[in-house]
Each structure stands twice: as C-alpha cells, then as structure tokens.
Design a protein around this ligand. Sequence first.
Ligand code: PAF
Length: 274
Amino acid sequence: MQIFSRVDDLRAALAGKPEVVFVPTMGNLHEGHISLMTQARQHGRTVVASIFVNRLQFGPGEDFDKYPRTFEADCAKLAAAGVDVLFAPTEADLYPEPQTYQVEPPEIQNWLEGEFRPGHFRGVATVVLKLFNIVQPQTALFGKKDYQQLMVLRNMGRQLALPIRILGGETVRAEDGLALSSRNGYLTPAERAEAPRLARELNRLRDAIRAGNRDYPALERAAMAALDAAGWKADYVAVRQQADLQLPGSPDAPLVVLAAARLGVTRLIDNLEI
Ligand code: PAF
C-alpha cells in the first residue's frame, strides 16, 4: 500500500490509474470500514482510502480533540484489506489556508443530526467534495450507519453533476446488535453492556410498523421514553421516508427509522430500513 500525505504526490501517483474507488474515513478503523474496503474492490481496480479527522464537521464542544487517532493500526488493517493507496493529509495539507469556500447543503442539513450538530453537514459536504476533487474517483463508498450523511452526499453529487457513483455499505454490527462505530471506544464497560438497547428499540419500532402500527409519533415517543428510562438522553427517534428523509407521506413509501442518543458522554447514532 502506498501512503501519501501531500495532495500533489497523491495526484501524481493516481494519474492514469484505472477505475478508482474511494472510501473516505476519519480513521480508527473497525469492521464496518473494512467491509467498505472489501466492497470497494468489487467496484473498481484501484482502491483508495483516506484518513482525515475533519475539524470542519465538528462543532464547538464536540469530540474533535479526543477523536481516536490510531494511524499505525489503521494502516495495517488497510494493507491487509488490499487497499492500494492511502491518502492521509495533515490539516496543513488539506486546509493550507482557511476553508472559506464551503458547500452549503439545503434544508436537510438542519434536520435530525443537523438539529443537534449545526454546521456538521456543511463540514462533511465541503471536505468530501474537496477529497473527490483530489482523488477523482469513479466510485465512492460510505457506510449506511451515517444514513443522513449518505443522503446529503448523494444529493450533492447529483445536483452538482459530479461524475462519481456514490454507493452505501450496510451497517456492520457487533453480535449483540450494537452498530460498529469509532465512538463505541468511549463507552465504559457498563455503558458498552447497555449500548445495544439503541438497536433493540429500533428493531422494536420496525416490528411495530411491520405489524401495521402507523402512529409514528407515538412509536417515536415510546422509544425515546424507553431509552431515557434506561439512563440515556435521546436526541431523536424518527420515522422518515427512505427516499428523502421527509415525514412519511404516501402509505407505501419505504421507511427508515433513525435515532441518536447519549449514553454518558458518548453520543451514538443508528438506523434501520423498514
Ligand atoms: O463518515 C465519516 O467518517 C466522515 O464524515 C467522512 C465522510 C470521512 C468525512 O469526513
């Protein structure tokens, strides 16, 4: 695996490389990331990963400083997964001057995650567009655990006519159902034992909808109350349309249920397609 930190060096190395598939990450890689790398191989001939903890997408008081940075272990995992090229820029490489030109997503950036993390999707869209311009992939993969992120980026790609196919990879879960996330590492042993409740509540809600319950606000309230009663602080549990994350409209529109909740100092998110 070749590793580059400078934009010019990466560009030179990728010039003429066929069928570039790109998986951007913030590092601290787990099986969810590795499954994206494995899928990437099926979609092209040159697999490029990036590791960059993007300050622009973290709000004040969020975990930018303590976000786990495990570069050596990440490199070993990427090499073992057959990644060809790793782009791991420093902040000075990627943001040599203040990034004052930014991508402003539409109203979707203020819903769900955006309500609790103002500016988050502006930071994500900006860095991803910049990484796309540097790597110039034909295909890019993102995990479905960040469901709203995937939608923001797909919409950006379509509206800005980016010549990039954007694919979503299924969420990878621990045996007890907890969605894998770098932030799981913040959990104490007791919190880790409690954490699968988030996925259990989503499953319960999905089962209720499949059984015909259409009172989505009541289902959302019940799930949030169950989390809060178990010591969580739920930010939201929301039943939305898969196609646009709007409130359910037509009765046969495919739905997704999304949730975010805090357990101690750790904020976890998850979702399930119905
Ligand atoms: O999902 C992530 O890890 C990040 O939001 C991304 C897409 C790498 C942009 O920084």
